[in-house]
Write a protein that binds this ligand. Structure first.
Ligand code: PMP
Length: 648
C-alpha cells in the first residue's frame, strides 16, 4: 500500500502516546476535527485508530482484507468502533463502504507544490501585496526569533527542545511518542523545527521527509498560546522559511497537513485533496444515508462526440489528472532522474490553474455568467489553434461539413481540409464585413460553424443577435474564437457556455495576456465536450514552465488591464492618423489590437513597407487591397507611419 511505510511508523508513535499495544482511544483525544462527529457517545467510545491520527499524513484507503483485519483487531482490543482517518476522496473506498464504514467530511490535505523561484511562485499564488507583507513580517520575526531545525538524533544534546516541543503540543505528541519516532525508520528524515525568543521556545513543529525523497510533511507546527506575536503571522512566516529551504534542497512540495482549502490557499497551497474520516460505529448513519462517493466522475461524453472518440478513454496518465501524484515514488515514466527537474513530465492536474483563470476572467468587464462555469468546463490547449484541431478531430465524422465565414482566420479552413472535412464558406456581408448570413449557414447544415469574434483580419464584432440566433437554431456546434475579446468593449460569449451544449468558446493567452510564447489556449464548453477533446489531446503538452508563466500573468491582471488600456488608446490614435494618411483609402472600425487598412496602391505600398523592413500582414487575398496592422509600441507605430509617408 502507498504510504504504508510511513503510516506504520507513525502508528507506533500513536501507540506510544496512548501507552498501549493497539492505538485505541476516544475520538475526543485525537484532535482531528472531531467536531464532525456530533454525537456525544461516538466521541467517547473506545476507538481503534487505523493509520496515524493526530499527526500523520493521509491513510491509504484499506482494501477488503485490510478492513477484515481491522475488524478482528477491534474485537480483540475491545474497541467499540473503528476510525480510518483522513482518506483521500479520490481513493477507492469501496471496501470501507461495504464493511459499513461511513465517511465524515474532514477538509482537505493542503499541498504547496514548488518549482522555480519561491517568491515568483508565491507572487503568482497569493499576490504581490501579500508577498510583500510576508517579506516584511519575515524580517521583523527574524530580528526577534531564532530559527533552528534539529534532527531527532540531535535531541539528546538539546533536551530543552524536546521538552519545549512536548510542552507546546501536550496531548498526543508527548515524550513517549517522540521516543517512538526516534526508534522508527522515520528518525533519519524527521526534524524538530524550533523558534525561540532568547531561551523561550515560542513555536515548534515536526518536519518529516517523504518516502519519495521529493517532499516534506510539516506535521505539527504549534505556537505558544501566550506568545504576544500574532500566531497566524508567525505560522505563515515560518512556513515561508520552510518553502525556501525545501526549494533550496531541491524538494518539490511541502505538505501543510489538513485544513480548509481557503486557509491553505492563503499560505500558497495549490493542491487540495478532499479527505474524509471513515468511521464504523454502532448506530451511526448507514452507508445509504452517507454522502455519495465524490471521486471525480468521468463526464458523460457529449452527443456531438463521434466514433471512435465515444468509445476510447483519455490517453495515458492524463486520465488520472485529478489523482494526486505529489507523494508517489514514480517509477512509471522511463525518464532519467539524474539530470534535474527537467527530466520529469509536466504537472497534469491543472485544476487550480483553471480555477484561477475562471475567477480572473470573471472579474473582467463583459464576462457575466462565467461564474457558472467550473473547472470541468475548461481545457487548456497548446494555443487556441490546437483547440480547433482537437474539436474538429473529436466532434466530426467523415463527410461532416465545417462552415467558415470569410474573411476570417484561415487556419479554421486549413485544419478542416487537412482532416478531409468538406468546408462550406458563407461570406460575411455589410460595409463593416460583419453580417452573418444565418439562413445560408443553416441551409448548409454544418456539423461545426466556426466564428471569429472580434474577427481576424477585419477587427469588427459580429451582431450578437445573429450569433444567438445561430446558436439557437443550428443542429450543429458553434465555435466562437474570442482570441481578441479582451480588447473589445462588447461582451464575451463565455457566459453562455453553461446553458448551451452546442457552444465552444476559444480563448488564448497569446494576445491581450502577452504570453504567445507559453502556448496556452483555453476551450470553454460543457464537460461532455471537454471530455471529448481530452480524449484526442496529446498528453503533457502544457509544460510546467508554461503553467508557471500563465499563473504569474493571471494574478498580475492589473498590469494586463493597464497594458490593454494603452493599446486601445494607441489603436485609436493610429486609426485617426491612418484615416488621414494619403496612402489609405479606409480604416475599418476595430475592436481588436490591430487595424484593417485598405490602401490606394496596395501592392506598391506593401513593397515599400517590406523594403523599409516593416512587417504588416498582407491580407489582400482576404479583403482586396488591405493590410492588417498590429498595434505595437509607439516607436514601431511611428516607424510604420514614416514608412507609409515615404511610400507616397
Ligand atoms: N485565433 C485567432 C483569431 C488568431 O488571430 C490567432 C493568432 N493569429 C489565433 C487564434 C492563435 O492563437 P494561439 O496563439 O492561442 O494559438
Amino acid at each position: 500500500m502507498r504510504r504504508t511505510v510511513d503510516l506504520d511508523a507513525l502508528r507506533q508513535v500513536l501507540c506510544a502516546a496512548l501507552g498501549s499495544r493497539e492505538p485505541v482511544c476516544a475520538l475526543s483525544r485525537l484532535g482531528l476535527g472531531v467536531g464532525a462527529f456530533t454525537e456525544d457517545d461516538v466521541l467517547h467510545r473506545p476507538t481503534l485508530v487505523a493509520g496515524a491520527a493526530g499527526h500523520g499524513p493521509t491513510s491509504p484507503a484499506p482494501a477488503a482484507h485490510d478492513v477484515d483485519a481491522l475488524i478482528r483487531r477491534a474485537a480483540e482490543s475491545a474497541a467499540a468502533q473503528i476510525l480510518v482517518p483522513r482518506v483521500r476522496r479520490t481513493d477507492d473506498t469501496g471496501a470501507l463502504r461495504a464493511a459499513g464504514f461511513v465517511p465524515v467530511a474532514a477538509g482537505a490535505e493542503c499541498v504547496v507544490r514548488l518549482s522555480g523561484d519561491v517568491d515568483a511562485l508565491l507572487r503568482g499564488r497569493i499576490g504581490a501585496e501579500r508577498l510583500d507583507d510576508l517579506h516584511r513580517r519575515s524580517r521583523a520575526v527574524s530580528d526577534d526569533l531564532s530559527w533552528e531545525r534539529i534532527p531527532l538524533s540531535g535531541l539528546d544534546e538539546r533536551p530543552w527542545a524536546r521538552d519545549a516541543f512536548v510542552d507546546l503540543h501536550g496531548g498526543l505528541l508527548d515524550a513517549a511518542a517522540l521516543g517512538a519516532l526516534r526508534q522508527s525508520h522515520l528518525a533519519d528524515r524527521a526534524e524538530l523545527l524550533v523558534r525561540r525568543r532568547g531561551e523561550t521556545v515560542v513555536q515548534a513543529g515536526l518536519l518529516v521527509g517523504s518516502h519519495s525523497g521529493r517532499g516534506l510533511y510539516c506535521l505539527a507546527l504549534t505556537t505558544d498560546r501566550d506568545d504576544p506575536a500574532d500566531r497566524h503571522d508567525l505560522h505563515a512566516v515560518s512556513l515561508y522559511q520552510v518553502y525556501v529551504e525545501a526549494r533550496r534542497d531541491g524538494l518539490d512540495w511541502v505538505h501543510l497537513g489538513q485544513g480548509e482549502a481557503e486557509h491553505g490557499r492563503a499560505l500558497g497551497a495549490d493542491l487540495f485533496v478532499p479527505l474524509d474520516h471513515w468511521l464504523r460505529t454502532p448506530g451511526l448513519a448507514t452507508p445509504e444515508q452517507a454522502p455519495a462517493e465524490q471521486a471525480p466522475a468521468v463526464p458523460e461524453i457529449s452527443r456531438f462526440a463521434s466514433l471512435p472518440v465515444t468509445t476510447v478513454a483519455v490517453p495515458g496518465p492524463a486520465r488520472f489528472r485529478h489523482r494526486p501524484r505529489f507523494d508517489l515514488v514514480d517509477l512509471s515514466s522511463n525518464t532519467n532522474p539524474l539530470l534535474g527537474p527537467g527530466g520529469r513530465y509536466p504537472e497534469l492536474d491543472t485544476t487550480d490553474l483553471a480555477r484561477t483563470y475562471l475567477t480572473t476572467v470573471a472579474g473582467l468587464p463583459g464576462h457575466d455568467g462565467i461564474g457558472a462555469l467550473t473547472t470541468d468546463h475548461l481545457l487548456f490547449s497548446s494555443g487556441s489553434v490546437d483547440a480547433v484541431m482537437l474539436l474538429l478531430t473529436a466532434l466530426t465524422s467523415p463527410g461532416d461539413r465545417v462552415c467558415v465565414t470569410p474573411p476570417t482566420f484561415e487556419l479554421y479552413a486549413h485544419f478542416a481540409q487537412v482532416l478531409r472535412l468538406p468546408v462550406v464558406e458563407v461570406p460575411l456581408g455589410g460595409d463593416d464585413v460583419n453580417r452573418l448570413d444565418v439562413e445560408r449557414i443553416l441551409a448548409a447544415d454544418p456539423r461545426v460553424t466556426i466564428l471569429c469574434d472580434p474577427n481576424n483580419p477585419v477587427g469588427t464584432r459580429l451582431d450578437p443577435e445573429q450569433v444567438h440566433e445561430l446558436i439557437a437554431r443550428t443542429q450543429g456546434l458553434v465555435v466562437i474564437d474570442e482570441a481578441y475579446v479582451e480588447f473589445s468593449d462588447k461582451p464575451s460569449y463565455a457566459g453562455l457556455v453553461a446553458g448551451h451544449d452546442n457552444l465552444i468558446v476559444l480563448r488564448t493567452l497569446s494576445k491581450a495576456w502577452g504570453l504567445a510564447g507559453a502556448r496556452c489556449g483555453i476551450a470553454l464548453a460543457q464537460p461532455g465536450i471537454i471530455e471529448g477533446l481530452r480524449r484526442v489531446q496529446v498528453p503533457f503538452g502544457f509544460t510546467d514552465a508554461s503553467q508557471h508563466a500563465v499563473r504569474e500573468r493571471l494574478v498580475d491582471v492589473r498590469r494586463v488591464r493597464d497594458s490593454i488600456g494603452h493599446i486601445l488608446a494607441e489603436r485609436d490614435r493610429m486609426a485617426a492618423l491612418l484615416a488621414e494618411h494619403p496612402t489609405v483609402d479606409r480604416v475599418f472600425p476595430s475592436q481588436a489590437n490591430f487595424l484593417l487598412v485598405r490602401l490606394h496602391k496596395h501592392e506598391q505600398v506593401m513593397d515599400r513597407l517590406r523594403a523599409a523592413g516593416i512587417l504588416v500582414a498582407d491580407v489582400g487575398r482576404l479583403v482586396p487591397g488591405t493590410c492588417r496592422i498590429s498595434i505595437g509600441e509607439r516607436h514601431a507605430n511611428e516607424a510604420l507611419l514614416d514608412a507609409l509617408t515615404a511610400a507616397l
